[in-house]
Design a protein around this ligand. Structure first.
Ligand code: PMP
Length: 348
């Protein structure tokens, strides 16, 4: 890896961050807080939340097998994706490289930040070809984005291929593991200490069943996390979100049961969809969704909408022609989907 200072935008390296009242005093002993222009009424929502979310990080660290200084918490993992650009990429000069197809926010954040976004096609079975990716990297490439299990394809990238990139690329490698709780494949989050250039993303929106609270996680070296902390909004995670996160962390055995249930449903749903006459192919998945290549995918999508069932039509996405992306739902939801798919009559 290049020295961090060479990878970070010079203005960010030099940035003196905003210091909030709660940064200046964060002891527990005081009883009279007259430092932050808060109201004394409407307890406890009158108080600003902890800008560093220390208690929540303490609770998350052992579950995720990392140390609290290796954790960034944000408003969804989308906040962390945006911060990667704002910390590392000089607009109109640097570039990032990502697999294609993949999660759309990497490109959106690149476009918003005016940073060139280079795409490297996955192979015919959506596999990562590390040497092809590394050929696209140049001296202005600051970040490589990988997503495993990948959205929308559902498959995990081969860990050896990911490792080749993490070892050979001298910049930052983001491995988005938003869906890794549904997979049995090795997770790069657990190898942070081996790779100083690695950032791994996780979220409360998928297995943790808490998309509404908007809480995402980035795991990286304490040096990288400090840079994120310096650039983020001072109170980027609100108190209601922290409370809801603490609650769901306390129910982790229930979460494990939900994941098991979804995996059982996934097996049954994949088998049933692959037997439909309109189904050309179901792609293997390590996530809580799968991609299915379907005859007349656009019409099937509209038919499902007319039945009140919404899946994602990914037909327009590179390598995903005629593909629907289907999230695994509850047993009842999946049965409704299957009934509607069986009812569809192909049109000539
Ligand atoms: N990464 C991937 C691969 C995703 O599919 C999504 C959401 N669909 C996210 C990140 C964003 O998740 P969050 O809700 O934490 O912003």
């Amino acid at each position: 890896m290049k020295p961090l200072k060479e990878l970070v935008r010079p203005n960010i390296w030099a940035l003196k961050p905003y210091s909030s009242a709660r940064d200046e005093y964060h002891g527990k002993a005081a009883h009279t807080f007259l430092d932050a222009n808060e109201s004394p009424y409407n307890v406890p929502l009158n108080r600003y939340p902890d800008p560093l979310q220390e208690e929540l990080k303490q609770a998350i660290a052992p579950l995720k097998g990392v140390e609290p200084p290796q954790i960034f918490l944000g408003n969804g993992s989308d906040e962390a994706i945006d911060l990667v650009f704002r910390v590392f990429c000089v607009p109109q000069r640097d570039n990032v490289v990502a697999i294609e197809p993949t999660y759309g926010m990497y490109q959106v954040c690149a476009d918003i930040n005016n940073v060139e976004y280079r795409k490297v096609l996955l192979g015919p079975n959506f596999e990562l070809e590390p040497h092809r990716l590394l050929e696209v990297v140049n001296e202005r490439t600051k970040v490589v984005f990988l997503c495993s299990p990948n959205n929308p394809t559902g498959n995990c990238l081969d860990p050896d291929a990911v490792e080749t990139i993490v070892r050979q690329f001298q910049g930052i490698v983001v491995v988005d593991e938003a869906y890794s709780d549904f997979s049995t494949k090795p997770q790069f989050r657990l190898r942070l200490n081996e790779f100083p250039n690695l950032i791994v993303l996780n979220t409360f929106s998928k297995a943790w069943a808490s998309a509404a609270i908007r809480l995402g996680m980035a795991f990286a070296s304490p040096d990288i996390i400090s840079l994120f902390t310096k650039v983020k909004y001072p109170y980027n995670v609100n108190a209601l979100t922290m409370q809801a996160a603490a609650d769901i962390l306390g129910r982790r055995f229930e979460v494990d049961r939900w994941v098991k249930q979804i995996l059982q449903e996934r097996t049954a749903l994949l088998a049933a969809v692959s037997e439909l006459p309109i189904c050309q192919r179901v792609f293997p998945t390590d996530a809580n969704f799968f991609l299915a290549r379907i005859d007349q995918a656009g019409r099937v999508y509209e038919h499902l909408v007319s039945q009140g069932i919404i899946v994602r039509n990914r037909s327009g996405v590179t390598l995903c022609n005629d593909c629907l992306r289907i999230t695994v739902g509850s047993h009842t939801e999946n049965n409704r989907l299957l009934a509607a798919l069986r009812q569809y009559r192909p049109q000539s």
